[in-house]
Design a protein around this ligand. Structure first.
Ligand code: SAH
Length: 254
């Protein structure tokens, strides 16, 4: 079987954050699959077919892309950011593991992209300079109690925490609850970074102390980085503050 599926990360924003490898794969594909707003970021090429799907249909989209690849086509499945971070690469692996037997015979590759937390971190300095973790606040694919357990464990262990999928119309209260939970473990002054639509024309970045962090500042396009007790803010005259987590820890921080 000659078909191939490549899951391609587009990065979080504009074409300047698309890797040359991703651009080459996208250009060479016979067919593109993905959520509409992501496909809109890929330049149109004559002779290439496009298959737009709803964002909530990850499994069905991955299966359709794999089925198309099984006809012998070179198929690219696109994801925002990195395709392995809360995105399509894992959805495709699930289909390869549990879906049609022919999926296991296909060539399969994942092309990495800049994930949102790295782009947001870069905007403010180096908040991820020491140990960190990433948690999706979406409780569509896991129970909320598990999210709370992970927030408790991560904050209690001194990790900086990147929060993906903080809020949406269908999930309006989760971020407020998460901040409440984190306030039990972390100092009131812990820096919280809100990075919205980073790398795009409407980018905004703001830093607030955890005690004043306002969930209504976030939307679906926002990635939040909650510092650890070691994370520091450097105020600079006439310039935006820098947020960073020092490279070393003394063992008392957590
Ligand atoms: N695979 C993606 C993440 C998908 S989950 C990646 O690696 O970045 C979707 C979440 O990613 C959003 O709710 C938001 O939290 C974050 N996100 C994606 N693009 C972003 C951007 N340009 N700026 C800030 N956050 C972004």
């Amino acid at each position: 079987m000659n078909g191939a599926l490549t899951v391609v990360g587009l990065g979080p924003g504009g074409p300047h954050w698309l890797t040359p490898e991703a651009a080459t794969i996208l250009h060479g594909a016979d067919a593109l699959y993905g959520y509409g707003p992501y496909l809109d970021r890929v330049p149109v090429r004559a002779g290439q077919s496009r298959h737009v799907s709803d964002n909530r249909e990850e499994g069905a989209r991955a299966a359709a892309a794999l089925r198309h690849a099984a006809t012998g086509a070179n198929v690219a499945l696109v994801s925002g950011g990195d395709p392995g971070v809360f995105a399509m690469a894992a959805a495709a692996c699930e289909q390869i593991e549990r879906g049609e037997a022919q999926f296991k015979q296909l060539e399969f590759a994942v092309v990495p992209g800049i994930t949102a937390m790295l782009a947001v971190a870069a905007r403010v300095g180096a908040p991820l300079g020491h140990d960190f973790c990433a948690i999706s606040l979406s409780d569509n694919l896991k129970p909320w109690e598990l999210v709370e357990r992970r927030l408790d464990a991560a904050a209690g262990a001194g990790f900086v925490i990147a929060l993906y999928n903080p809020i949406s119309r269908a999930r309006p209260w989760q971020l407020g609850k998460a901040f409440e939970r984190l306030r039990r473990h972390l100092p009131a002054a812990t820096p919280v970074v809100f990075g919205r639509a980073v790398g795009r024309a409407d980018e905004t970045v703001a830093v607030a102390a955890l005690e004043r962090a306002d969930p209504s500042q976030a939307d679906m396009a926002t990635l939040i980085i909650v510092g650890s007790p070691a994370t520091r803010v450097i105020e600079r005259p006439g310039r935006a503050p820098l947020v960073y987590t020092p490279r070393s820890a003394d063992g008392a921080g957590a």
